[in-house]
Ligand binder design. Structure first.
Ligand code: F6P
Length: 401
């Protein structure tokens, strides 16, 4: 397909596509949505303008491997007939990795340049990158530095990418979390227990917020709020008095201590934690507390485990039986729910429209149910839950009694 790129004619024939960062529901839908349009357009194009969609395997890692030595590990040419139904499942048929093309080490090794050389060797005319802010940011930089036609699509279960009201992957994770909460609730009811349930979402609490409300959680703790465990205890006790059980949903990024917290809250949480750590019954919490923090190649802290602290502190300070469950990766995988199928297909369809009209360097964002082009160079993470959001004040069912 002939289009204009930086004022010149470009015959887009081999379109590369990769998925970067954590997998999620909707990746396959974007791929299918784009491939549908490509194969449809090919029906009317002269043979020297027909397009192919070339899957690049394992995210950016595909571009720092040697295509002359291991092409079979790098590419997967895509045909609709083979992958058409993949949009109903989560994960990515192209595999993913958390490779940071622009890490200090990779810049020193001239990897961005290598990636560009490899794209040329594989005769890729333009690249579509599906990922969160880190992956999309790298696409923006690469496209700008080497004047290469790039597109993106905003994924992440966390729903925290700037420029869109919803990322694909989010809604499926919420559905799975709600299912998890409901399953725990029947046991909580049967045994008069309190369940502390942790959900992923990095530093944005959208998954916890939606899942907590939809799952009827009595308390939901978010990274965006000042967590006050004395207040949480009051809510738990109210729930127990009313219905003999309770569900506390904790976002993995919620914090016990923070510089933005009032000093008295940090101090009180420290006292509470000290009593837990001194108790051999909570040796796991002590071990977790002393463990060095791990980081991924983008420098993001590996989260998970805050629910362990919350459960131990609540158990130590109330007279109720508790269980802690971490949903972990189980809410990111499995089936792609309807919203993510639709959103992914829409994003794939929109990328083709951008391509056709020569609007390069963009990713589709959702705004009031319309698709709008967003500049890859402006992408950033950190789309947090605003404290004046209607759902923020609705997050604790226990506040209503
Ligand atoms: O970025 C999405 C996310 O699912 C976060 O919610 C979570 O903190 C992280 O990925 C987990 O990453 P990994 O799959 O590398 O353990």
């Amino acid at each position: 397909m002939k289009v204009k790129f930086t004022g010149k004619e470009l015959n887009l024939k081999r379109i590369g596509i990769l998925t970067g960062g954590g997998d999620c529901a909707g990746h396959n839908a974007v791929i299918v949505g784009l491939l549908r349009r490509i194969e449809q357009a090919n029906l009317a194009l002269p043979s020297d303008e027909r397009m192919e969609l070339i899957g690049l395997l394992e995210g950016w890692k595909s571009l720092i491997r040697d295509p002359e030595k291991e092409l079979d590990k790098i590419i997967r040419p895509l045909k609709l007939i083979d992958i058409e139904e993949s949009f109903t499942v989560a994960g990515t048929i192209l595999k993913s990795s958390r490779t940071n093309l622009f890490s200090k080490e990779n810049i020193e090794k001239k990897m961005p340049n290598q990636a560009m050389e490899n794209l040329k060797k594989m005769k890729i005319d333009c690249l579509v990158v599906l990922g969160g802010d880190d992956t999309l940011g790298a696409a923006g930089k690469l496209g700008q530095q080497y004047t290469f036609p790039m597109f993106g699509a905003p994924k992440t279960m966390d729903n925290d990418v700037f420029g869109t009201e919803m990322t694909y992957g989010f809604e499926s994770s919420v559905e799975e979390s709600v299912h998890f909460i409901e399953n725990c609730r029947t046991t909580a009811e049967s045994h008069n227990r309190c369940f502390v349930i942790e959900v992923m979402g990095r530093h944005a609490g959208w998954v916890a917020l939606w899942a907590g409300i939809a799952g009827g959680a009595e308390v939901t703790l978010l990274p965006e709020e000042v967590v006050n465990l004395d207040e949480v205890i009051k809510k738990v006790e109210k729930s127990i008095a009313k219905k003999q059980h309770c569900i506390v949903v904790v976002s993995e990024g919620a914090r016990l201590f923070d510089t933005r917290y009032p000093e008295a809250v940090n101090k009180r949480h420290q006292e509470m934690l000290n009593t837990v750590i001194a108790d051999p019954k909570y040796a796991i919490v002590k071990a977790r507390h002393e463990m060095p923090k791990k980081k991924d190649s983008f420098g993001n802290e590996q989260l998970g485990g805050i629910g362990d602290y919350v459960m131990a502190i609540l158990e130590k300070h109330t007279r109720i039986e508790y269980r802690y469950q971490n949903c972990g990766h189980a809410i990111r995988g499995g089936v792609a729910h309807v919203m993510d199928r639709i959103l992914g297909l829409r994003y794939g369809d929109a990328i083709f429209d951008f391509m056709k009209t020569g609007s390069f360097g963009v990713y589709p964002g959702l705004e009031a149910d319309k698709i709008v082009p967003r500049n890859l160079l402006e992408v950033k993470g950190g789309r947090f839950v605003p404290q004046d959001h209607q759902l923020f004040k609705m997050r604790n069912a226990a506040d209503y009694y």
